[in-house]
Design a protein around this ligand. Structure first.
Ligand SMILES: Cc1cc2nc3c(=O)[nH]c(=O)nc-3n(C[C@H](O)[C@H](O)[C@H](O)COP(=O)(O)OP(=O)(O)OC[C@H]3O[C@@H](n4cnc5c(N)ncnc54)[C@H](O)[C@@H]3O)c2cc1C
Length: 436
């Protein structure tokens, strides 16, 4: 997105937007999107006793926290979030305990490495380990921000290769598009591996009123309060909290009148969406002993670049293998469609486990967030030199449009916990403004 004359005009409108009358302040707050951020914002408004309308385009709540049971209840898998990151300060740790969610022993890093269909040699394994060692020492911000790739280049090909694996498999993006400064400030800590994080989010918020299958098509903040256009008619409110992914906003699916202020448009331009992707394969345990198989990494060249798949084998003992991938290779596979993605994952599984694995695959699912119009990617990545964009998006627009979600999380960005905390922050900001 670039700055347009339209967004500059919006800057002028910002100065002129009429103030709310006292009676209008009690009007409902419209919350757009029922993912972790929107649900947390709505819950905070409910607890404060302020009226709200929560609208969601999908037929379910949870957004990118979604436990997919379409391969069978016994083969449920998290198509999106799966780990409660930085558990010591993540609100979902206590919720998981209260709701008696099943927490797994975190699987150790994969021991099996397959390159171009054959087991990696000891020399290749040693070289990869060395590359990661070199990279770790280089990922220290100094001076002007740069990309993770630029930081890794100093360490040679091994470190560069490690950087690509790191950013594709943890962020879903190519290393040249990731800000090192932003990456460096992400919170770290213990990760809890949840059996059904999406189901936990949905269960926890099941009591909240939400208008499902209601797609927002426009937001008008030029008058007093806001008008939110939906495919089921307009909604008037004192303010709106917008939690749709920034990729959806940047794609222009929601018409904004009189446009985004220049500062907001610039901040949106500073963020991109990674393409973290999962392909789930349902397996027949009669044909494959899943317990004997640990996690595995499969590397192959596709269209001139490495396409690395990280296979989680039989998570929580379930009869599935989940391939995780990211970056441009994942984008290409999402665009190729579900059948092509399942075929690729099946080929790779067979290269790891032998031909019998191919016959054991009885179904599959592509969690293609990149091509999902309501997500437009896995999660928001700050571009090199644009680490400030996340916090810039937190500035309210004319005291009536408040953005929220994982993208605004700074250290907590790209997570369910971060989205939840940010939804609570946005609700508190709205309530402060409406009370003033
Ligand atoms: C593959 C994958 C793996 C991940 N792994 C983890 C992990 O292990 N741990 C972790 O903490 N996080 C993980 N994440 C990130 C986490 O899922 C997200 O950060 C978090 O769920 C985002 O919440 P949100 O509320 O900001 O956005 P969303 O969950 O995307 O919610 C936004 C909602 O807005 C709705 N919407 C979009 N457009 C419209 C419209 N026009 N009108 C109305 N509604 C609309 C969407 O349908 C959606 O429900 C992962 C994400 C992916 C994709």
């Amino acid at each position: 997105m670039v700055l347009t004359r339209r967004s500059l005009l919006a800057g002028a409108a910002l100065m002129a937007a009429p103030a709310l009358h006292a009676a209008q302040r009690d009007g409902p707050v419209v919350v757009v999107g029922a993912g972790a951020a929107g649900l947390a914002a709505a819950e905070a408004l409910r607890q404060a006793g302020h009226a709200f309308t929560l609208v969601e385009a999908r037929g379910r709540i949870g957004g990118r926290a979604f436990t997919d049971t379409s391969l069978g209840a016994d083969a449920a898998f998290d198509a999106g979030a799966q780990y409660i990151h930085w558990a010591d300060r993540n609100p979902w740790s206590a919720i998981a305990e209260r709701e008696k969610a099943r927490i797994g022993e975190d699987s150790s890093w994969a021991r099996t490495l397959v390159i171009d269909g054959r087991a990696a040699t000891e020399a290749e394994r040693t070289a990869r380990r060395a590359g990661f060692g070199t990279l770790t020492a280089l990922l220290v911000p100094a001076g002007a921000d740069r990309s993770i790739r630029a930081a890794a280049q100093i360490g040679g090909a091994g470190a560069e290769g490690a950087a690509a694996n790191l950013t594709r498999l943890s962020l879903g993006e190519e290393p040249e598009r990731v800000s090192l400064a932003d990456y460096d400030r992400l919170w770290s800590g213990e990760d809890l591996w949840v059996d059904g994080y999406g189901a936990l989010v949905a269960r926890h918020h099941a009591g909240l009123p939400v208008q499902l299958e209601t797609r927002v098509t426009g937001i008008d903040w030029s008058g007093a309060g806001v008008t939110v256009e939906t495919d089921r008619g307009p909604l008037a409110g004192a303010a709106v909290i917008v939690t749709v992914p920034v990729g959806v906003l940047a794609g222009g699916a929601i018409r904004v009148t009189p446009g985004w202020p220049a500062e907001t448009a610039s901040a949106l331009d500073g963020l991109g969406m990674g393409a973290y992707t999962k392909i789930a394969l349902r397996l027949d345990p009669a044909r494959l002993d899943l317990r004997s198989t640990g996690d595995a990494v499969s590397v192959a060249r596709r269209d001139g670049r490495d396409l690395t798949l990280y296979f989680e084998m039989a998570p929580f003992g379930r009869p599935v293998a989940i391939a995780n991938l990211g970056g441009d290779g994942a984008r290409a596979l999402c665009e190729a469609g579900e059948a092509a993605a399942i075929a690729e994952a099946t080929d790779r599984l067979a290269a790891i486990l032998g031909a019998e694995a191919r016959r054991a695959v009885t179904g599959g699912r592509l969690a293609g967030w990149w091509t999902d119009p309501l997500a437009r990617g896995g999660y928001a990545i700050a571009k090199p030199g644009r680490a400030e964009a996340r916090l810039a998006l937190r500035r309210p627009i004319a005291d009536r449009v408040f953005l929220a979600g994982e993208a605004l999380g700074e250290g907590s960005a790209m997570t369910v916990g971060g989205a939840t905390l940010d939804g609570q922050r946005a609700a508190a900001a709205v309530l402060r403004v409406l009370a003033s």
